[in-house]
Design a protein around this ligand. Structure first.
Ligand code: SAH
Ligand code: SF4
Ligand code: F3S
Length: 436
């Protein structure tokens, strides 16, 4: 009789990638995927804890699973990922419906753990497991593949929980990364994203200078790699060699995602970001010089402890000066165990909300202005699928811009390369018509 599994994935691209690993191992154990978790024999909740809002949403979902367990006591419910790592045994105590808690460094051991599963247990030791994850993956997309190049983070930005739940930086060996990309190409993948919390420090432990720029060029040179992205860069660490690699690479995306977090030097210092606004602006200037068509996006936190109106104004000024293509904007969320959680002058929620709104209003104007520059130009778009209106398809440019176009009688499939002439810009996307 077939067994079924469901995967509820939250959080960042690294969790997406881990989810593909879990799926691969579950399928090796004979499970088949089912979207409706009520029909599953095994439910995996892969969690995130970067902000309180994520944790609340996930806690709600775990609560919902209680009824599933009552209806079917045989179902195995596992909670994995960053919140599992952070909350550990507390989850087992609080939620009787949970059978297994898996920390972030047990991804590759999951198959063994599940095959030998007997009773409720937690696997949480971060320190003893430096090895890299290998083995089967079942990917969601038929043309785009996530490729982790490093795990963990050593930066300890003072607001951030990630270094505590993902452990210290470990880079994968270059030959293993290249082998995974080659295998991907042989399976029909053509677009790849190299993943790490701070990709610019890839390979530091090998003692090779410019290891990340080298890796980018080596992946770019693999026949069949048609598009190459990477995330996330750190403004302190991105090197001239990386900018040079993007400029001269054949298929490296001209998208630079460079989280600035704040435009105030005092806040940046207290965030432990390791750069100033002047350094950041200089970096943007260098990028635009080397890659004139660069798409530049960022992450910004408002309401970090002690952020004054003047500090916030510094952020607005920087946003105005750079003219980001888009920005992910967040209200600072207190994460217990991080240095910022203990800082004085936590900002009241209503002030944070107001600042977020003012920032978003400004960024929306900038995003629209950037997208308007695309009008009248033609872009190569990788088709992702139909929108709700099935006569309209969506896809992305090499700079990661979302594009919609009408099917007009043509039959597309995921991964098709379509030439689209952009006719209309909106804040979040552009619309156009396919040539040919
Ligand atoms: N390693 C990546 C991603 C980290 S999490 C990086 O350094 O960019 C993604 C984003 O979440 C961060 O860039 C930051 O803007 C935001 N973030 C992290 N911790 C947060 C917190 N405690 N409150 C609000 N936003 C946070
Ligand atoms: Fe968090 Fe900073 Fe590491 Fe990014 S670089 S994961 S924001 S500690
Ligand atoms: Fe990613 Fe969330 Fe963990 S952002 S690294 S899944 S805390």
């Amino acid at each position: 009789m077939s067994k079924f599994y469901s995967l509820l994935n939250y959080g960042c691209q690294m969790n997406e990638s881990d989810g593909e690993h879990y799926s691969g191992q579950l399928q090796e154990l004979g499970y088949q995927y089912v979207a409706d978790f009520h029909k599953a024999d095994f439910i995996l909740v892969n969690t995130c804890c970067v902000r309180e809002s994520a944790e609340k949403r996930i806690a709600g979902k775990i609560g919902e699973l209680k009824a599933v367990k009552v209806a079917n006591p045989q179902v195995i419910i596992a909670v994995a990922g960053c919140m599992a790592q952070k909350e550990g045994d507390k989850l087992l105590q609080k939620y009787p419906q949970i059978d297994l808690v898996l920390g972030t460094s047990y991804v590759d051991d999951f198959k063994n753990i599940l095959a030998n599963y007997r009773r409720r247990a937690a696997f949480l030791d971060l320190t003893v497991r430096p090895k890299e994850f290998e083995g089967t993956k079942v990917r969601k997309s038929s043309f785009h593949a996530w490729i982790p190049i490093m795990y963990g983070c050593n930066n300890f930005c003072t607001y951030c929980i990630v270094p505590y739940v993902r452990g210290r930086e470990r880079s994968r060996k270059k030959e293993n990364i290249l082998a995974e990309v080659r295998q991907g190409v042989s399976q029909g993948y053509k677009e790849f994203t190299l993943l790490g919390q701070n990709v610019d420090s890839y390979g530091k432990e090998f003692g090779v200078p410019d290891a990340f720029a080298d890796l980018l060029l080596a992946v770019d040179a693999i026949p069949g790699v048609e598009r190459l992205h990477y995330m996330t860069s750190h403004p302190r660490d991105i090197s001239d060699a990386v900018i040079g690699a993007v400029a001269k690479g054949r298929h490296i995306s001209e998208h630079f995602h460079l989280p600035v977090q704040s435009g105030s030097n005092e806040i940046l210092r207290r965030m432990n970001r390791g750069y100033t606004r002047e350094h950041y602006l200089e970096l943007i200037r260098k990028i635009r010089l080397a890659v004139p068509q660069a798409v530049i996006t960022t992450d910004i936190i408002v309401g970090f402890p002690g952020e004054t109106e003047e500090d916030f104004q510094g952020t607005l000024d920087l946003v105005q000066e750079v003219g980001f293509d888009s920005a992910f904007t967040f209200i600072y969320s207190k994460r217990s165990g991080t240095p910022a959680a203990k800082m004085e002058n936590q900002i009241p929620l209503d002030v944070k909300k107001q600042r977020l709104q003012r920032l978003m209003d400004l960024e929306n104007i900038n995003s629209l202005a950037c997208n308007e520059k695309m009008v009248g130009r033609e872009y190569s778009v990788f088709a992702e699928g139909p929108t709700k209106n099935r006569d309209i398809w969506s896809g992305r440019t090499s700079g990661n811009k979302l594009v919609l176009w009408p099917v007009e009688g043509r039959a597309y499939k995921q991964g098709d390369e379509v030439q689209v002439l952009v006719e209309k810009a909106q804040t979040w996307l552009v619309k156009g018509r396919a040539k040919q």
